[in-house]
Design a protein around this ligand. Structure first.
Ligand SMILES: Cc1cc2nc3c(=O)[nH]c(=O)nc-3n(C[C@H](O)[C@H](O)[C@H](O)COP(=O)(O)O)c2cc1C
Length: 192
């Protein structure tokens, strides 16, 4: 069966380095024969999560995003580091998609549970967003995803790309390796 992979970036910035990483990984996943869904968070008008909003009027965009995650075998995240962690944009999206809908149990986590995850970060600093990757790994573990051990951190992102392509061969190979591993694990899990 074809493995379904969703690829999501934690930045909506015009010219975002992380969205470039997501596009590179997306091309790799397509080349490997996966069914790829590019998930652009600009398409989802998500309010900052609040209990009252959830219980008064669960946003349609949150239900849509959750359904997109639910349909995947694996999800690949490419997020910038903001003040040592993942962006509020990405965390808010994960928070909304972690909430139960349709009478699910509080701990169903049906958007994430038992699916494979991969993580990447590009940042301007010499550390490539490593602190945010540690946080993201922990967050995704908390929502019961199996995060593959490979990860990609691109330091000095302003010098790492030429247009949409990575200048150096090694990080490019690391992305291919991460995608391969994620498809391999995601294809085997089939949790439901
Ligand atoms: C609020 C804020 C906090 C930031 N904090 C960090 C940080 O902790 N570490 C880091 O490496 N870069 C940090 N940066 C710089 C980002 O690496 C840079 O903006 C990067 O281009 C964001 O990724 P993007 O191009 O995908 O949007 C921060 C940027 C912003 C706007």
């Amino acid at each position: 069966m074809t493995t379904k992979i969703g690829i999501v970036a934690g930045s909506t910035r015009q010219g975002s380095y992380n969205r470039r990483l997501a596009r590179i990984a997306s091309a790799d996943a397509r080349a490997a024969g996966a069914e790829v869904t590019d998930i652009d968070l600009r398409d989802f008008e998500l309010p900052i999560y609040a209990h009252e909003i959830e219980f008064d009027a669960f946003p349609a965009a949150a239900i849509e995003l959750k359904a997109l995650f639910q349909a995947q075998d694996a999800i690949l995240f490419a997020s910038p580091e903001y003040n040592g962690s993942v962006t509020g944009l990405l965390k808010n999206a994960i928070d909304w998609a972690s909430r139960p809908t349709d009478g699910e149990s509080l701990i169903a986590l049906s958007a994430f549970r038992g699916k494979a995850a991969g993580i990447m970060s590009a940042s301007l600093s010499p550390f490539g967003g490593l602190r945010s990757l540690a946080h993201l790994r922990q967050i995704l573990g908390t929502v019961q995803m199996l995060v593959v051990p490979e990860q990609v951190a691109i330091p000095s992102a302003h010098q790492a790309f030429e247009d949409d392509a990575l200048v150096d061969a090694l990080p490019r190979q690391l992305i291919t390796g991460l995608v391969e591993s994620l498809l391999n694990v995601g294809g085997k899990l089939g949790f439901d």
